[in-house]
Write a protein that binds this ligand. Structure first.
Ligand code: NIG
Ligand code: FE
Length: 420
């Protein structure tokens, strides 16, 4: 079969290929992946079938039926993978922005019945049609930034019907447009008002009455382990039960305090540990060793920025300790109302000490690992889905440099050029 799509004369083709097989990029491998100058990517149907330099192109496969995309010396790279979002919610929290500016903390606002609980009220009051329209609007925003796969968490329903509805909406939204959606159940976000003071009972209810309805629907189960949410002990019991039911695991931990949630979840085989602002480099080294580099730390640098906090995860030290690192926005109405993964990438360089090559790996291949999509996306290699970005810049060094800009010129998802 001839090539159906050929992206040619790519100034720098960022393949993200060449790392160790079978695990996420870690340590020096995070910046040792292959860049091809004057490269091409060839696709058949929705898949990449060949990648190389223009001299290596097999011209016999290029026919009148091959759609040609001219690279014009641009950077060409894999579609961005956004591995941590709270995509589906009602309302917004602009009214709390003033309170935050006046000095109230994230946990103070939550303790007063606001924060996540305010979004829970707005979400419960919204119709599924309305939530779907909002989710599609946000997915269009992600597509505009060149995000081609998005992880979407539930977590603003906190009752059986609303939570199942949020997971359903995420799935429908994924099918209504091109960006792929991977679903995570975060019913264990905070304790709902109906269970106030009875966090363990709420988790038992989730494990026995909600998780069984999510088999084959949500891939991951997540929990917010923090003061004002769930303790390490509660999270451990819940995640163990979820694992027994066949779900892959994630955790929100060490966001505001060092409680030990990341180490606990990693020991249970969690696919990712997310936030990690208060995770120590020593604990990171223990996690890297214990999990043989399989658990990915998902760093969310726009969250401390938006919550006016000084403490950012020590990403440099995590990488030096051998812990694989991914970067995400954490898009949600409370701690990061931004879908700009490029800005998160730049902030990971500025505030967490990542190099540009490490940061690019963190929003592509390692982000794919963080959501179990490493066979599908995250790099430009034969066999992967043809999710490809053409950027406006000629070198990868310019990607983190243009602070807050969107460098995307064109987006290809599954071998098809998409409208943005
Ligand atoms: O990842 N930290 C907990 N959950 C989200 C924020 C949710 C919200 O504030 O609405 C987070 O930051
Ligand atoms: Fe989050």
């Amino acid at each position: 079969m001839a090539y159906t799509l050929l992206v040619r004369h790519c100034g720098q083709l960022l393949t993200l290929a060449g790392g160790p097989a079978g695990r996420p990029l870690a340590g020096p491998a995070m910046s040792a992946w292959r860049i091809i100058n004057d490269g091409y990517v060839a696709c058949e149907g929705g898949q990449i079938v060949a990648v190389g330099s223009m001299q290596e192109l097999d011209v016999t496969q290029v026919t009148a039926g091959t759609a040609i995309v001219e690279g014009h010396g641009r950077v060409v790279m894999p579609g961005l993978v956004e591995c941590h979002t709270h995509l589906v919610f009602g309302g917004n929290r602009s009214h709390e922005f003033q309170r935050k500016l006046a000095g109230e903390s994230y946990l103070d606002i939550l303790a007063s019945g606001g924060g996540i609980l305010s979004t829970v009220r707005a979400t419960r009051a919204a119709s599924e049609e309305h939530l779907l329209a909002n989710a599609l609007h946000h997915l269009a925003g992600f597509r505009h930034y060149g995000v081609t796969t998005v992880e979407a968490k539930s977590g603003y329903g906190l009752d059986r019907e609303t939570e199942l509805g949020l997971v359903r909406v995420a799935g429908t939204a994924g099918h209504r447009q091109e960006v792929r959606v991977v679903r995570t159940f975060l019913g264990a976000h905070v304790v709902p008002p109906e269970y106030k003071g009875r966090g363990a009972d709420y988790l038992h209810f989730l494990a026995t009455e909600v998780l069984p309805a999510l088999h084959g629907v949500a891939e991951f189960v997540d929990i917010f382990c923090e003061e004002g949410a769930f303790s390490v002990e509660e999270a451990q019991v819940y995640l163990q039960t979820a694992r027994k039911q066949g779900f892959k695991l994630k955790i929100h931990a060490e966001q505001l305090h060092d409680l030990g949630g990341c180490e606990m979840a990693a020991a249970l085989g969690a696919t990712s540990i997310d936030h990690c602002d208060y995770l120590s480099p020593e604990a990171a080294a223990r996690i890297a060793e214990r999990t043989a580099g399989q658990t990915v730390a998902v760093l969310l640098p726009l969250v401390p920025l938006f919550l006016r906090q000084e403490k950012y995860a020590p990403g440099r030290q995590f990488i030096d300790a051998g812990l694989p690192v991914a970067v995400s926005t954490d898009f949600n109405p409370g701690s990061c109302p931004s879908k700009n993964l490029w800005l998160a990438l730049t902030m990971a360089c500025l505030k967490m000490g990542l190099t540009p090559m490490e940061a690019l790996a963190a929003v592509t291949l390692n982000a794919a690992w963080a959501i179990g999509q490493e066979q599908e996306c995250g790099s430009l290699e034969p066999g992967k889905r043809a999710d490809i970005l053409l950027l406006k810049v000629p070198t990868y060094e310019e990607v983190p440099y243009w602070l807050g800009e969107n460098p995307v010129h064109e987006v290809i998802i599954g071998g098809v050029r998409v409208e943005r």
